[in-house]
Design a protein around this ligand. Structure first.
Ligand code: ADP
Ligand code: MG
Length: 578
């Protein structure tokens, strides 16, 4: 490791040289209270900015140990520090003069969710924070003076006011950590008490707009119907009252515009923790919950959808069904099966985004179109078995068919944004009507032995393990598949695009980028034509858990990766066209 004096001398000697000479700065430098690492230097001023990171030892940073010992607290602290660092950065962005991305300083922009990100990692001994800096230039000539300002003046100030406990608002740090511990406590209670979701009274569910995740001002706060109200005791906050949804089938009904979808959407993001002030801090859903929806046009590979679809007119085998262009109902059928495979314990379904013929078929239609002529067994006829035989609960928004009343354990009516428990009234009414006949044949959970193959991929060939690892920068690099992320919605690996638009619970484009890295790793190092999808996801998740991002990156870990859930790793592999 060199000293920061040496860095300054090196930098000054580069002034006015041609841009690639910046590359010689890669390395690590002792800056007193932290170490600066220049991990990757951009090739020209217009390329993606350079990757840097700083490391601060705990003994210098001074955070109480209990703030980062438990996983949930550590993630919250990491998130807090990332936001703090980002807010410091904002003041300085693009103040450097020059061409291209000169002076651009960037770190993750966190949204409402608290995610585990490569932008900040806290280990047993230190805090690591990763970010990008556009190394300044005049045209294509090095502008050392501007970089000197960034690295020697601005950066140390940002680091000082972000990663040292004594410099921070202690109350705020504590608040973030304690909130996460309380949220974790709710998750634990859900498991212990056989609940699938909790929505605290007073929660603000609607969002500002379709493109803003911020809470809607002047909205009606959530209030639980008294029959479903529970008071939980949390370690920091004490008692918290709200609606507890038990396992089983819960139906959300109500007139249009009364807030049904808003409640379901809040529940689907409740798999993540939210920051204080979001309004959904205590909307907590079973971690494995999956939003199921129709997804016309997606690819399906070797999925046994025979639980729902049989006897297709083209005689296609539905016990190992593949298509490059699924219909609404087949995509939703595949979604159910894939997410049983992915270990989901709760399905969230909104009529608004479902294929009607997949969900329900009324008696009259059953009489007109005989069973032999109808390939689809609707979800209505499978939902009870899914719960009773596979242990998967459902929360379903339905406004158009009364058939679901018969299979529901709990029925909530959204009335002007207030949920009302109407289970008893409806069950009484049910006795006056004839229940829809169930025609479904026996319920058998498919076996999940299908293997994933990476067809025509020369997997592993150009990625011998020996080549990996740090050290060899550009020279040591070999041909990895090229990753490109298109916001949250999709990414490409070399020329193939993986479309994740309808994977609604992906919260952040950094998760999409992480999925691209995971899939690339799977293709290059895991898939062998024998491993099943479950094996593959287990390996990916374990590798991330044990070895961290390093296992998935070439020579350095960039800022800009966020950990996806297991369910989204499945969703990604399942949408890969191969
Ligand atoms: P539904 O699915 O029942 O038709 P939505 O959930 O789509 O209704 O909600 C309709 C509108 O009402 C949306 O614009 C939403 O932002 C707004 N909304 C939902 N919940 C609330 C609330 N608690 N307070 C105020 N507005 C709300
Ligand atoms: Mg709706």
């Amino acid at each position: 490791m060199k000293s920061f004096h040496e860095l300054r001398t090196m930098l000054r000697s580069l002034d006015h040289k041609s841009y690639p000479a910046y590359k010689s700065l890669a390395g690590s430098y002792q800056f007193g209270s932290f170490i600066l690492f220049i991990d990757h230097v951009q090739g020209d001023p217009f390329a993606s900015p350079s990757s840097l990171h700083v490391e601060i030892l705990h003994k210098d940073a001074g955070f109480p140990k209990e703030y980062y010992e438990k996983t949930c607290s550590r993630i919250a602290l990491q998130d807090f520090l990332t936001r703090q660092f980002a807010s410091q950065f904002e003041d300085f962005n693009f103040k450097a003069k020059g061409s291209g991305k000169s002076g651009l300083l960037s770190i993750t922009r966190c949204r409402q969710e608290v995610l585990e990100r490569s932008a900040c990692e806290i280990t047993d001994t230190k805090i690591i924070s990763r970010f990008h800096v556009g190394f300044p230039a005049f045209g294509r000539t090095i502008n050392a003076g501007e970089l000197e300002k960034i690295l020697f003046d601005f950066l140390p100030r940002c680091v000082e006011s972000s990663f040292f406990f004594r410099r921070l608002d202690k109350k705020k740090v504590e608040q973030a950590v304690f909130l996460a511990e309380d949220q974790e406590a709710v998750r634990t209670i859900l498991k212990q008490e056989k609940l699938v979701a909790f929505v605290a009274n007073g929660s603000i569910l609607p969002r500002k707009s379709g493109v803003s995740d911020l809470p809607l001002k002047y909205s009606v706060p959530f209030s639980s119907p008294s029959s479903m109200e529970r008071t939980l005791t949390l370690p920091h906050r004490g008692n918290l009252t709200g609606m507890a949804i038990p396992q089983g089938i819960t139906l959300i009904v109500g007139g249009g515009y009364h807030g049904k979808s808003t409640l379901l959407e809040a529940l689907q993001t409740g798999v993540y923790n939210h920051i204080a002030g979001d309004g959904r801090e205590f909307v907590i859903t079973d971690n494995t919950a999956v939003k199921l929806r129709a997804e016309d046009g997606r690819s399906i590979r070797n999925v046994d959808i025979s639980l729902f679809i049989n006897d297709l007119p083209n005689k296609k085998d539905t016990s190992s069904f593949s298509t490059p262009d699924a219909s609404g109902s087949t995509s939703q059928a595949a979604g159910v099966i894939e997410n049983i495979e992915a270990g989901s314990r709760l399905f969230l379904i909104d009529e608004d985004t479902s294929a009607t013929n997949f969900m329900v078929r009324d008696d009259f239609m059953q009489q007109v179109i005989s069973r032999e002529k109808e390939p689809i067994t609707p979800f209505l006829e499978r939902a009870r078995d899914l719960y009773e035989k596979a242990g998967i609960s459902t929360i379903l928004v339905a406004g158009s068919s009364g058939a679901f009343f018969y299979i529901a354990d709990h029925i909530l009516q959204m009335d002007c944004y207030h949920p009302v428990d109407i289970t008893q009234q409806v069950k009484t009414l049910c006795q006056e009507h004839t229940a829809p006949r169930i025609y479904a044949p026996g319920f058998i959970i498919p076996d999940f032995s299908r293997a994933l193959t990476a067809a025509n991929r020369n997997s592993g060939k150009n990625t011998s393990q020996g080549n990996r690892g740090r050290g060899g920068r550009d020279s040591g690099r070999h041909e990895h598949m090229k990753i490109k992320t298109f916001g949250r919605d999709s990414f490409s690996l070399d020329k193939e695009t993986i479309d994740l638009r309808y994977v609604e619970q992906l919260a952040d484009s950094e998760q999409t980028t992480a999925l691209a890295h995971l899939l690339r790793f799977a293709l290059e190092q895991v898939l062998d034509g024998k491993k099943t999808v479950q094996d593959t996801v287990t390996i990916l998740n374990d590798t991330l858990e044990k070895k961290g991002w390093e296992a998935f990156c070439n020579s350095y870990i960039p800022c800009g990766l966020a950990k996806p859930r297991i369910q989204e790793i499945y969703a990604c592999l399942n949408r890969f066209r191969g």
